[in-house]
Design a protein around this ligand. Structure first.
Ligand SMILES: [Zn+2]
Length: 271
């Protein structure tokens, strides 16, 4: 399965527009989580486990929600957010499909190929990669590249070592032989040590286990509780998601009977 040229160009353009909208002037996003919020998405991050699904894009009550599993290493979580923005821009609509859940990011169908392509263009635009090679790597000839050069690209663009290789190959900057050699070098030295060696961003190789829910969600849960629309147990389980306890926030007491849908149910429905 391949995308045709005009679709490919349309996706590149869309990714460029999103970078503009997010005012990205560096090579990579400083903070793609905040950037996604600034352009109107509700970003939810939660460490649901290394073997759980990777993320989802959802439209719920006219809200556009992006979820990413923060048990993944940061560079992969950044890719998840970029991929889910792709689904939001390309595949979801109020009238049509309202949810896509990603167990993995394999190119299993057209919409996955497109979301992956969007993410690649968003995180590592062709022109920016060319500029980095020209300005930062001083046009070092490709045959002389080592894993350290990939680690520098990783740090500038905030991507995983593997994603950097895949993108450089897709842009015809690396050929198969060189790519295999650089993959081997990573196995030998591991990305973290390569990043360390250049004083790069080693956080990219760790998971953040971040727990981030929209502030509005918590306010909504608390006000529902105060208005006696949800029982204290629902409030407790909602707060547990962000490591808070009922005592940590100011609420009125007295227990109502009815259950309401909370974030827990939302997550459960994704399984
Ligand atoms: Zn997907």
């Amino acid at each position: 399965m391949r995308m045709n040229k005009s679709r490919q160009l349309a996706i590149e353009k869309l990714a460029d527009n999103v970078r503009d909208e997010c005012k990205v002037t560096d090579y990579g996003f400083q903070n793609i989580f905040e950037a996604a919020e600034k352009i109107g998405y509700r970003v939810i991050r939660y460490p649901i486990g290394i073997d759980a699904f990777l993320g989802f894009a959802l439209i719920k009550d006219s809200e556009r929600i992006i979820f990413s599993n923060s048990s993944l290493i940061l560079s992969r979580e950044i890719f998840s957010i970029a991929h889910e923005i792709g689904h939001q821009k390309l595949h979801l609509s109020e009238q049509g499909l309202t949810m896509i859940k990603d167990v993995d990011f394999s190119d299993r169908d057209v919409s996955e190929i497109e979301a992956n392509y969007f993410a690649a263009c968003l995180l590592m635009p062709r022109e920016k990669v060319a500029k980095f090679i020209r300005h930062e790597l001083k046009n070092k000839s490709i045959g002389k590249w080592s894993g350290l050069n990939i680690a520098r690209i990783q740090t500038a663009f905030n991507v995983s070592y593997d994603m950097a290789l895949i993108r450089l190959k897709a842009l015809d900057i690396l050929d198969d032989t060189l790519m295999d050699w650089l993959k081997f070098e990573k196995l030998e030295k591991t990305a973290t040590r390569l990043l360390n060696a250049i004083n790069g961003n080693i956080d990219l190789c760790k998971s953040t286990e971040a727990k981030k829910l929209p502030a509005e969600y918590l306010e909504w849960v608390i006000s529902n509780y105060n208005e006696k629309l949800i029982p204290i147990n629902s409030l407790k389980s909602a707060l547990e998601y962000v490591d808070l306890e009922v005592e940590d926030i100011e609420v009125l007491s007295e227990e109502p009977e009815e259950e309401d849908e909370g974030f827990e149910d939302l997550l459960r429905r994704m399984d």
